[in-house]
Write a protein that binds this ligand. Sequence first.
Ligand code: SF4
Ligand code: SF4
Ligand code: SF4
Length: 201
Amino acid sequence: MHASTALAERIDALLPQTQCTRCGFPACRPYADAIAAGEADINRCPPGGEAVLAALSDLLDRPAPELDSTRGVPGPLLVARIDEGACIGCTLCIRACPVDAIIGARKRLHGILPSLCSGCELCIPPCPVDCITMEPAGRSWEPADAKSARMRFRARAARIASRQEAAAIAADARQREAAIDAAVTAALARARARRAAIANS
Ligand code: SF4
Ligand code: SF4
Ligand code: SF4
């Protein structure tokens, strides 16, 4: 394994895996990669707070700067709750949830599994009827939660990649079918033109 990949994995192992994007990266692992590459400071993770900052400082053997408050401030774990009466079952929150904490199907009431919710708040902006609110979880986000969230995030990423691959294959097949149809249509037109030319000669 490349040294910087190994370091990124050790950094990622310390990150909370809420996948909230508050560090300015699309998920925890890209932030870990950027720290390992020396491209980002270690103070950008509000969910991790002082504890993660100290752990990163120890791992990398460098002084801990102040937490970067422009990224948000640490606070107690919150979990999302859906107002069941208002939900229209549009599925936009499911698509936004990075850790598969929302269940539901199109045009059906959606629900959040509080034990899986990382409090990332990424489901709130897409909801067209503003029926998602955050409330105190009444517990803290533990290393076991981070481990489970990392696995669910990776499984979701693999699922999306596989859907995208299937969609690309289907689009390619449609393109080839259209090309074949066009070739057949052109050949028939040429044949008709030849017949017409013979008939008129
Ligand atoms: S928990 Fe949020 S802020 Fe912290 S590293 Fe992960 S995505 Fe970034
Ligand atoms: S339910 Fe909402 S707040 Fe909870 S993890 Fe999913 S997107 Fe984040
Ligand atoms: S985005 Fe809002 S309305 Fe749509 S399914 Fe989720 S909670 Fe319901």
